[in-house]
Design a binder for this molecule. Structure first.
Ligand SMILES: Nc1ncnc2c1ncn2[C@@H]1O[C@H](COP(=O)(O)OP(=O)(O)OP(=O)(O)O)[C@@H](O)[C@H]1O
Length: 272
């Protein structure tokens, strides 16, 4: 019997290990026996001590890196290279400094073969959704950090990714702007329902945004615990943090994460 395609997970990492060889020939295991399943439309956040292997996990899903052992599957199939169904958002945005806002957002659809008129219309729509209709002809250096992030989100979402990989996308922003961006992201995600993997150092950010929080061990990273976050949606990020259930989730997960953070610090100080 054929499986309903909606039941097939968007992302699966099955017993994945990833080893690196340093220039001196020393082997380093970044991920070990790593298992993660992200359902269609699910928002997963990944937290763990610094340097444990969070970005390495995302790199495996991008297809830029291959597992040393185990298997990574996208929509039920193997990864064969950069996949057009996958979108990215990283800490540093990828805006072209010589293009204005609308040209930056049009670049993706044009690259994918859309006509100029179609790309421009779609870019206008997406920039309206992120509140930048009045800034179409500004250049990146003329925008605030938050506005650049909004352009970045429009640039990512215009390609209608089915899978969205985000590596600390808002960590460089001030606290207020971050909260606004959290709201923007959840709004866009609710409309498109992409499957998201969101890597962050900020546990509160993880709990506020995600359906599930994965806690990783101090390197080599493996999954220590998975916490389903049963907070109702739509979530108002600026208010949710005052709710008792939110505080309880943060406290429980932090108790778990803290052990790994302490292990990581201890190892770093022993190595120093
Ligand atoms: N290309 C590479 N070659 C060698 N070692 C690497 C490479 N990429 C990552 N590593 C090592 O793998 C480990 C995990 O790195 P990774 O960047 O995935 O951690 P992270 O959890 O994302 O870190 P951070 O929290 O600081 O962002 C680190 O020890 C890092 O030095």
């Amino acid at each position: 019997m054929q499986q309903d395609t909606k039941q097939i997970p968007a992302i699966e990492l099955i017993n994945v290990s990833r080893r690196f060889v340093s220039p001196t020939g020393k082997s380093l295991t970044a991920l070990r026996d790593f298992n993660m399943t992200v359902a269609r439309g699910e928002f997963v956040a990944v937290v763990g001590p610094t340097g444990c292997g969070k970005s390495t996990t995302l790199n495996l899903v991008t297809g830029l890196a291959r597992p040393s052992a185990g298997e990574v599957r996208l929509m039920g199939g193997p990864i064969t290279g950069i996949d057009p169904r996958v979108g990215f958002a990283f800490q540093t945005d990828a805006l072209f400094p010589w293009k204005n806002v609308i040209e930056n957002v049009m670049a993706g659809p044009l690259f994918r073969g859309k006509s100029r008129a179609e790309a421009e219309q779609s870019a206008r729509d997406w920039l309206a959704r992120v509140g930048l209709s009045k800034f179409l002809h500004h250049y990146p250096h003329q925008l605030s950090g938050g506005m650049r992030k909004r352009v970045s989100l429009a640039q990512t979402f215009i390609n209608e990714p089915e899978i969205l990989l985000m590596d600390e996308p808002f960590s460089a922003l001030d606290v207020q702007t971050r909260t606004v961006m959290h709201e923007e992201l959840l709004k866009l995600w609710a409309e498109r329902k992409a499957s998201v993997v969101f890597v962050t150092h900020d546990l509160e950010e993880a709990v506020a945004l995600a359906d599930k929080v994965y806690v990783l061990t101090a390197g080599p990273a493996t999954v220590k615990s998975v916490y389903p976050i049963d907070l109702p949606r739509p979530r108002v990020v600026s208010e949710i943090r005052y709710e008792q259930s939110f505080i309880d989730y943060c406290k429980t997960i932090w108790d778990d994460l803290r052990e790994e953070v302490e292990t990581s610090y201890r190892r770093a100080s022993e190595a120093a």
